[in-house]
Design a protein around this ligand. Structure first.
Ligand code: GLY
Ligand code: MN
Ligand code: MN
Length: 441
């Protein structure tokens, strides 16, 4: 597969136009109108929050730092980009649009945010306007019609070749960061130091990353979304879990790796066992597979690892049935990814709405759809020793299902998660993450 997005953009835009046409017909509208978004300010302060572009906007153009711009699509016409390039001597003004994409648009440059109004379709009632309330401009108020959003969001799960190339570029950055992070860990850096090494190598600052880096040493790995960034390395140093992504033109990658200080020790063996489970599961990420079943398969496989390492004393089936496996694997197997790390429409039954419920007892699963070619999803099984959940288990009727001494031995290591991003096909999936690690880029 190619990794240069540029030659693939035209086909991507054509696909979006086709989807938009159907979505508008579903909602009974004539125009699709998408504001890029606005700057938000902290309460009682003139300090702004990092700007986050409207994902519906960046689906069309690889612009992530352009508040106040608008996209207008009317079937049968060239899409129009109303591009704000303000007269401003306080900030760096966005460059004029350049690169592979502007030639596909009717471009209108405006100098003031309000000037977008005169270039929007005349009758706001005929427009599906997708965005946040704060983007309203006069009578052009975001209405986010459900039939339009349901259609677009459902189909956004299927990535165009351009989008996959964009995600591959994001992965190149992420993998560079992960390599540097492992080196920093082995050299004894603090969580903060590892985070800085990651950002330096990925070439991205925190606000550019698609989510806050999870850089967890020792037992911090047991906090699923640990984002504290400790300034002092713990002693002794046992383990390192890093869940960190990168972005490229608005697209994300999402990668997790876990390392042991002692590369001959038992925790290293446990990491390798989880890694083995993750790779075997990957082979089943193919068209026609129900993601809910993959999640349950992951429970059984991980419980098998716990049994093998003497933590679990009952069968994997019994552990799944009684909820014991969920004490060690309390999150979902993964999620769709693309313009958003946790992509939209993970539960969508169809492009007309509806919800596919999660299996009972698995409240954090983010994807319940059946896999189809072109979907990009994560595969991120994990095993953790989380005090809160272990206490629940100890106080439950299933306390005897585990060996508490073995748990005690693993608690200082926190947990393990291994996460890759996979492109679903009819056959073996394309593993974006491992491909780039293997290329040594
Ligand atoms: N980095 C958040 C997640 O893996 O879902
Ligand atoms: Mn993830
Ligand atoms: Mn992640």
């Amino acid at each position: 597969m190619t990794s240069d997005p540029a030659p693939l953009y035209g086909e991507h835009l054509a696909a979006l136009q086709q989807r938009a046409e159907t979505a508008l017909a579903r909602g009974g509208f004539d125009h699709l109108v998408i504001p890029s978004g606005t700057i938000h300010y902290q309460v009682f302060d003139d300090r702004d929050y990092p700007y986050a572009v409207n994902p519906q906007f960046k689906a069309w153009v690889p612009l992530t730092r352009n508040p106040g711009s608008w996209l207008v699509f009317t079937p049968g016409q060239r899409p129009k980009l109303i591009y704000l390039q303000p007269f401003d001597y306080w900030h760096v003004v966005p460059e004029a649009p350049s690169g592979y994409w502007p030639e596909h648009f009717e471009l209108v440059v405006i100098r003031k945010q309000e000037d977008a109004r005169q270039h929007l379709p005349g009758d706001p009632a005929r427009c599906a306007i997708l965005g946040e309330a704060q983007s309203a401009l006069g009578e052009h108020v975001p209405n986010n019609p459900a039939p339009v959003l349901d259609y677009l969001d459902y189909h956004r799960a299927f990535k165009t070749p351009y989008e996959i190339a964009m995600m591959r570029q994001a992965t190149v950055r992420g993998v560079r960061g992960h390599r540097a992070a492992e080196r920093a860990f082995r050299a004894g850096a603090s969580e903060f130091g590892i985070h800085l090494a990651y950002c330096q190598a990925a070439g991205q600052d925190t606000v550019e990353l698609p989510y806050n880096n999870i850089v967890a040493l020792n037992a911090h790995g047991a906090v699923l979304h640990y984002t504290e960034l400790g300034r002092i390395p713990p002693k002794p140093l046992h383990s390192f879990l890093i869940d960190a992504g990168a972005s490229f033109g608005g697209y994300a990658c999402d990668i997790t790796r876990t390392y042991a200080s002692d590369t001959d020790g038992e925790f290293q063996a446990l990491i390798e066992a989880v890694d083995g489970v993750q790779q075997r599961l990957s082979a089943d990420f193919r068209a026609g597979r129900d993601y809910r079943q993959l999640h349950l398969d992951a429970h059984l496989a991980l419980a098998g690892v716990l049994q093998e390492f003497g933590v679990l004393k009952v069968s994997p089936e019994a552990a799944l049935e009684t909820g014991v496996s969920a004490k060690f694997f309390p999150h979902g197997l993964g999620h769709g990814i693309g313009l958003q790390v946790h992509d939209v429409a993970g539960f969508a039954e169809s492009d007309r709405g509806g919800t596919i419920a999660r299996p009972e007892g698995h409240p954090y699963l983010r994807l319940t759809r059946t896999l189809q070619p072109g979907m990009v999803v994560t595969n991120e099984p994990g095993l953790y020793f989380i005090d809160l959940l272990l206490e629940e288990l100890r106080g439950s009727a299933h306390a005897d299902a585990v060996d508490w001494e073995r748990i005690e031995a693993f608690r200082p290591f926190g947990g393990i998660r291994i996460e890759d991003d996979l492109v679903v096909t009819e056959g073996e999936p394309v593993n974006l993450t491992r491909e780039i690690f293997a290329e040594g880029r």
